[in-house]
Design a protein around this ligand. Structure first.
Ligand code: ZN
Ligand code: ZN
Length: 387
């Protein structure tokens, strides 16, 4: 990249804002605390920092990401309204622009059209892409026509900067002022405003950089996305990025019951109180099959490298288990599809017909689970032989 091209394509406002807020948090805040730390109410400002961080961060993960980008559940207007207002305080563009970029990220992950492709380097995926104009110019918002129908989304698209400044910086400053006067206003701006913003920024940016660099790939290695429980701790559960790229329309990212996913838990609570509905879940069997396919890919790589032959009996056990699994999977897919189709057209299907299809689907699930167990045992046997 030559320097003339670089200078022509820098987004100066974005760059100044990102660097300015970062320096304020890392240099300005320690100086401010050194000067005035003894005079400010730390309970108040600590609570505002945490409260604003959660409101702002969760509005990005639950609102911008899982609701608007992936339509992984339906939400009533108060949820949409609040996530749009507090999403704006993350100063990460309007929901419409954010979702458009994110949908392109999923569609073209790791390729040139991926707006924050990790293939262009860690810094580019983290924040460099925001500081530069994209090659080929700004992209039109043609992949978010569905969202344009929502008047709340259209309103936020027009006013997000004003909302972000007023609520994101103005609110903590105002509360600080009302409690402690001028010094409280300055502390509110520095802590609940700018430092909170920097924390939310880099939390989101790490999903595009670290979650495409560090972690495991239990579901697929077709793209660079990784699962990392450590990242999940800092990102409201978005660290399970390998699962997310494989099953992007599922409202869960940490799909296992023990995985830390506060965004998923919040969506659950919203459903319980009637503010969210139609939560999309990938069937357990499909998820388990993805894990099996991934293990098969790993096994194939290991077997290729293996020099000595593995005993025929173990190999045959595994091949038989594999065949049985493939058959059971096929039967299960067919039975589930037929049952779902009949449920959708329930007016035309007779009650007995529906019950019969349901029974068939249930039997197919049982057989598939049994075949999976056999496969896992045979796989384990083979892995032990490989040493
Ligand atoms: Zn990603
Ligand atoms: Zn996504």
């Amino acid at each position: 990249m030559n320097s003339a091209y670089f200078l022509r394509n820098v987004r100066w406002t974005n760059s100044a804002f990102l660097i300015g807020t970062l320096l304020t948090a890392f240099i300005g805040l320690p100086i401010f605390v050194y000067q005035y730390g003894g005079q400010i109410n730390w309970w108040l400002h600590g609570s505002m920092f945490v409260g604003m961080f959660i409101a702002s961060g969760l509005s990005i993960t639950l609102g911008y990401h899982r609701l608007f980008s992936h339509l992984s559940f339906k939400a009533s207007w108060p949820v949409r309204f609040l996530t749009l207002i507090f999403g704006a305080t993350a100063m990460e563009n309007s929901a419409l622009e954010w979702c458009s970029d994110h949908r392109r990220h999923h569609k073209h992950v790791d390729h040139d059209e991926d707006p924050y492709s990790i293939q262009r380097g860690f810094f580019f995926a983290h924040m460099g892409w925001i500081m530069m104009r994209p090659i080929g110019g700004e992209s039109p918002l043609t992949n978010v026509n569905d969202l344009k129908r929502d008047p709340l989304v259209r309103f936020q698209h027009k006013w997000w900067v004003a909302i972000g400044i007023l609520v994101g910086f103005g609110l903590p400053s105002l509360i600080g002022y009302l409690v402690e006067g001028g010094i409280g206003a300055a502390a509110g701006l520095m802590i609940g405003g700018v430092t909170r913003l920097v924390a939310v920024h880099h939390m989101t940016f790490f999903i595009n950089s670290l979650c495409h660099t560090v972690g495991r790939q239990p579901y697929s290695d077709q793209c660079s996305a990784k699962d990392s429980w450590i990242m999940a701790l800092f990102t409201f559960g978005e660290g399970y990025h390998n699962f997310h790229h494989e099953f992007q329309h599922d409202f869960r990212n940490g799909v296992k019951p023990w995985q830390f996913d506060p965004t998923k838990w919040t969506i659950h609570i919203l459903e319980k109180i009637g503010l969210a509905s139609k939560l999309r879940r990938v069937p357990d069997e499909t998820i388990a099959m993805a894990e099996i396919y991934q293990k098969q890919r790993h096994l194939a790589v290991r077997l290729e490298k293996q020099e000595q032959n593995i005993c025929e009996k173990t190999q045959k056990l595994f091949t038989d288990a594999q065949e049985q699994l493939n058959k059971a999977h096929e039967v299960w897919e067919k039975a589930t599809k037929e049952h779902m189709k009949a449920v959708r057209q329930k007016l035309e299907s007779k009650r007995e017909q529906l019950t019969e299809l349901q029974q068939k689907a249930e039997e197919a699930v049982e057989e598939l689970r049994e075949a999976m167990n056999i496969w896992h045992t045979a796989h384990q046997g083979l892995i032990l032989k490989l040493g």
